[in-house]
Design a protein around this ligand. Structure first.
Ligand SMILES: *Cc1c(COP(=O)(O)O)cnc(C)c1O
Length: 375
């Protein structure tokens, strides 16, 4: 936790639950990524944290943006980014949103199916299009598999079709899965991409771009390799499969840019037991799955927690405050909390700058959306 966040919480004593983000951490993460991966263009994945403050900062730092919807594009344009810094990266778009984005000047679009390609041909003539490859996402703690992408042979045919429809078949994208802990996953995907470059060359099409997606991790409970290890793994994969003739490289970090910039402060609402002869305590916080901690689904993302006191501790089940039994954060994985934990104690949930405010429900059970401060 940075001194700035610590000071804000101490001075302001904000109502909990709330997220406090240190924008300097995001700027530092952006600079580090630029430094370690200088040949790649950074397209920040807006969905990770779409706050105005975050977007404005990244516009100022020179970032480009991976967007998924008309409102995300509107936000990025409103923050002062020109349309040539925007990729409409969702493979599932409404025809009228494609037409609208094209009118705004957006010229870079993702697809993974023939039907989407036809929408693009109709409403974004001549635009640069890239095909998303299906990935297994092994080693990812928040996989994005199955829903997105197509197999390589289909990608090849679709890129040829893109040319025939008057679009610019620009490149290939993939996402190795979010919070990817295995460095070798980029090598496999880059290898497949290079094979597609060759196959399309034989069909008279010169692809120009590889979009390496996101997947770089944030630090939660377990240690992760530093960003330079990831950058090296990506560059080694690129030179291994493309030699010295590197195509335009794009990366789309979300979690790794903003994850560790934020801390959620929450409060213990209730501590109880389900029977006289059980020692597991149920600890209910004022934030749960619907208040911003959706990534605890299936206990996928395990946050680092800080609680007061350093006496002996015991196992707890952690749950949110809503009247929905899905609103249990961790039950299989038993966190340990001090035995003298009290109602009203503050619990700090570390590295919660990504995928929290953007996942928080608007008013489920009357609970307000997660309040956030950017300092
Ligand atoms: C969500 C998303 C990202 C960001 O992924 P992270 O793992 O958070 O870095 C990048 N690209 C696309 C297409 C996405 O949907």
């Amino acid at each position: 936790m940075t001194a700035k966040i610590e000071r804000f919480l101490a001075d302001q004593q904000p109502e909990t639950p709330c997220l406090v983000v240190d924008l300097d951490v995001i700027a530092g993460n952006y600079d580090a990524l630029r430094r370690f991966l200088p040949v790649a263009k950074v397209f920040y994945a807006v969905k990770a944290n779409p706050a105005k403050e975050v977007i404005s900062l990244l516009v100022k730092l020179g970032s480009c943006f991976d967007t998924a919807s008309r409102p995300e594009i509107e936000q990025v344009l409103a923050a002062g980014a020109s349309p040539d810094r925007i990729s409409f990266g969702n493979t599932i778009k409404k025809q009228r949103d494609i037409a609208w984005a094209y009118e705004q000047g957006v010229r870079l679009f993702a697809f993974d199916s023939e039907a989407e390609l036809e929408k693009l041909a109709q409403s974004a003539p001549g635009a640069k299009v890239f095909c998303r490859l299906l990935r297994a996402c092994e080693g990812a703690e928040w996989p994005l598999s199955r829903k997105f992408g197509c197999e390589a042979d289909m990608a090849r045919d679709l890129l040829i079709r893109a040319r025939d429809l008057g679009l610019d078949p620009y490149g290939i994208s993939f996402h190795v899965g979010s919070q990817q802990t295995r460095l070798d996953q980029w090598d496999i995907a880059v290898g497949k991409t290079a094979m597609l470059f060759t196959a399309l060359n034989e069909a008279g099409i010169e692809l120009k771009m590889i979009n390496l997606g996101g997947g770089l991790p944030a630090r939660y409970r377990d240690e992760v390799a530093p960003v330079d290890d990831y950058a090296n793994a990506i560059m080694n994969a690129m030179t291994r499969h493309f030699g010295n003739d590197l195509p335009t490289m794009i990366v789309e970090p979300g979690r790794s840019l903003v994850g560790d910039s934020g801390v959620i402060e929450a409060e213990v609402v209730l501590i109880s037991k389900k029977s006289y002869d059980e020692d597991v305590r149920w600890v209910y916080l004022d934030i749960g799955k619907f208040g911003g901690l959706a990534e605890t689904m299936d206990e996928s993302i395990k946050y680092r927690l800080r609680v007061p006191g350093d006496g002996p501790s015991g196992p707890v089940v952690l749950a949110g405050p809503t009247c929905d039994s899905a609103d249990i954060l961790y039950e299989k994985f038993q966190y340990q909390m001090p035995l003298d934990l009290k109602v009203g104690d503050k619990v700090r949930i570390m590295a919660t700058g990504a995928y929290t405010t953007s996942y928080s429900a608007v008013n489920f059970n009357g609970f307000a959306p997660l309040k956030a401060y950017y300092v």
